[in-house]
Design a protein around this ligand. Sequence first.
Ligand SMILES: [Zn+2]
Ligand SMILES: [Zn+2]
Length: 288
Amino acid sequence: MPFAPTRRKNKEINNPLNFGFAEAELIDVFMFLNEKDFKKNAIRLRAFFLDLIFPIECLRCGKDGVWLCAGCFSRIEFRDVQHCLACKKESALGRFCRTCRSDYSLRGVLVAGNYEDELLSKAVKSLKYKFVRQLSKDLGRFLAVFFRDILKIPGHQNITIQSLAGSGHSNFKNALIIPVPLHPRRERWRGFNQAELIARCFSDYFNLEISVGKLVRIKHRKPQTKLNKKDRKNNIKNCFAWRAGGLSGRNIILVDDVATTGSTLNECARVLKENGAGEVWGLVAANG
Ligand SMILES: [Zn+2]
Ligand SMILES: [Zn+2]
């Protein structure tokens, strides 16, 4: 029996914006186990969620007409200290430390905020599981402000036309932005790739080139959420491919909404390095 939400269920949920992460995960699992059924029901299911989340109001204060009002956006805290994602030792720009570096193709992972921040995690979940596209703009801006501040790029008022050239950070000056791809099947189901929407906003802020559709996900595997570090690494192995010419030493910033152990970002980085990329960095809204 496919998962078929009904009107009756709709009435039972008092506040749909408190939809828990466990249920959101369940949707992911259901989708994996029951793909054919989900395909059939995708349109109905999406309509159901859109129904639930209407009308538009701020995720935190309930202000009408916006998903995240300016006041609440400014309350989301940036993570000003970065760590080696593997051993959690403090590390500038989230570089992998000397000890851990040899295990990773990634140079480092920059984490903008904390997943424990209720509003940030709500924004991430609402974009991903409730299809609130508009929140990708807020998350893209969150990444841009974080990036500007951590690299100490001048120009506090206007970052929209700020170019990284001349910022003194040669690693990122001419970086190519690549969102972590979804498997096409999952992207069709969700209707978009949340990482791509966030990456598009981020690249606009800094006038950086973005590449979409060249790094592709060729295998659909079970969700990583329930796996330990070692299993995540094996589960994601050989899931990505680069469908374009050599990258000629170009530095890359891989963008995703959330990273946990970094195994997905690292597998992307491995493929990109095999195709000639220079330094590959991860940039995520939160470390989940
Ligand atoms: Zn608000
Ligand atoms: Zn380390």
